[in-house]
Design a protein around this ligand. Structure first.
Ligand SMILES: [Zn+2]
Length: 451
């Protein structure tokens, strides 16, 4: 028997697949909106038509959803929701022989492993809409050779394969204590448990992160599915121990600031995570001081993605951590929790900083750069485009092309952090650290037979 539930009123395009092309998204969305608008007016009734629901998946290849049907409806659709996303993906399915099957091509449309997918079938006949019960599929990374084991430590469940049990258990314990510290700092508890997957090889790790991952990624967090991916090759053990605390702080930060309007400033997210590694920013203060002569970054320039490149990346993390440290020292740790609370209720970056410190963001920025004896960085104006480049028409009056108003759904993005050697090179630490890091990498490469 189906549930007596109204047709969902909010039906948007794909939620999790990041590889779906823009054109495909628009076509899909248009189809779905027409479908949903048609159905909004339809009455909803009980269904006696749904039999057993099943779903299974082969990671990186496909997800398969099946249902048996007592009768053949005029229209049948599969409704999918990915992780914590509110959007619903609607796929028309043609029944055959008293059953229906829908196959999601996961080789073409990447889905992050450990995503929990809820699904239900929707049948329409003679204007009557009926919904099946809801099923759940966890899209596990079940690639051959990954014989996963797991254990729970506090709010953290750590998963490992091969011979990584000791390291994984240590990560789990560190994540559990790191989460407690971050909860205290941010004044907000985790909204649910966190999963940590520990990958041994680079190929396995990047196979989990999917096609969009930057090649320098050493650890990544998908806060929306409360999942952290660690790579044992991301750095020496000391780095990995701090990295897992860093990553779990991202999940607590996500919960503490979650709102339907916007992501908090990136420098604050990364700065808090970096600061939490050692509960200080002493190392980062030295980095900022050493880079002052070459020019620091404005905080307004660090609200979205960080610059790519060693100096840009290193300095961005360092400025974030030192700003967090300055706020915590001058306004008390409670200021961090007040900032998070403000974000959670929809504040802008400026409003959140004022709620936390009582001071305008511009004043905070000025005080920050004043510590390093520099003025607040000024925006750099772009060079004007040549007429030919702007419009290709050789006319100075050429209008720039209007933006395409395409309702592209937001795919979940990970918070990705660089591997440790890139940081070591970037911050110019002592030769001993570099040598030991290089030796460690070489030893590891020899052991794994991989770069
Ligand atoms: Zn991070």
């Amino acid at each position: 028997m189906g549930w007596l539930t109204r047709t969902p009123t909010r039906v948007l395009g794909e939620a999790a697949p990041r590889a779906l092309g823009r054109v495909a998204q628009v076509i899909l969305l248009a189809t779905l909106l027409v479908t949903s608008l048609t159905l909004l007016a339809a009455p909803v009734s009980a269904s006696s038509g749904f039999g057993a629901l099943t779903a299974d998946a082969v990671y990186g290849r496909q997800m398969t959803f099946r249902v048996t049907l007592g009768s053949t409806p005029e229209r049948l659709e599969l409704l999918l929701r990915f992780g914590g996303d509110d959007n619903t993906f609607v796929a028309p399915v043609r029944p055959a022989g008293g059953a229906a099957t829908y196959v999601w091509d996961a080789a073409q449309q990447y889905v992050t492993p450990n995503t929990r997918i809820t699904y239900r079938w929707r049948a329409t006949s003679a204007g009557i809409v009926s919904l099946s019960p809801e099923g759940t599929l966890v899209y596990a990374d079940n690639r051959p050779g990954l014989d996963w084991h797991s254990t729970q430590l506090g709010e953290a469940t750590v998963h490992w394969y091969g011979g990584a049990e000791a390291q994984a258990r240590e990560f789990g314990a560190l994540a559990a204590s790191g989460a407690r510290s971050a909860e205290g700092l941010l004044g907000h508890d985790l909204a649910g448990p966190v999963d940590i997957f520990v990958y041994d090889s680079r190929a396995d790790f990047f196979g989990a992160l999917g096609p969009g991952a930057r090649e320098w990624t050493g650890a990544a967090t998908f806060p929306n599915i409360r999942t952290i991916f660690m790579w044992l090759g991301g750095g020496p053990p000391s780095y990995l121990r701090t990295a897992v605390v860093h990553e779990v702080t991202h999940v607590v930060f996500y919960d503490a600031t979650n709102n339907p309007y916007h992501d908090p400033a990136r420098w604050l997210n990364e700065g808090l995570a970096r600061w939490s590694e050692r509960q200080s920013a002493d190392q980062e203060r030295r980095i900022v001081a050493s880079e002052t002569s070459q020019g620091l970054f404005s905080f307004e320039a660090l609200t979205g993605q960080f610059p790519i490149g060693e100096r840009g990346s290193s300095l961005s993390y360092a400025e974030g951590a030192t700003m967090v440290d300055m706020i915590a020292r001058q306004y008390g740790r409670g200021a961090i929790a007040r900032i998070a609370t403000a974000y959670r209720t929809g504040a802008t970056d400026e409003e959140a900083l004022r709620a936390g410190t009582g001071r305008a963001a511009a004043d905070l920025y000025a005080a920050y750069f004043g510590q390093y004896g520099t003025a607040v960085p000024k925006p750099i104006s772009p060079e004007p485009l040549l007429p030919a480049a702007a419009g290709g028409r050789g006319s100075t009056n050429a209008q720039p092309p209007a933006p395409t108003a395409s309702p592209s759904p937001t795919a979940p993005r990970p918070v990705a952090d660089p591997i440790s050697w890139a940081l070591l090179l970037a911050v110019g630490m002592g030769g001993a650290a570099l040598v030991s890091g290089a030796l460690w990498l070489r030893r590891r490469a020899g052991r794994r037979g991989a770069p």
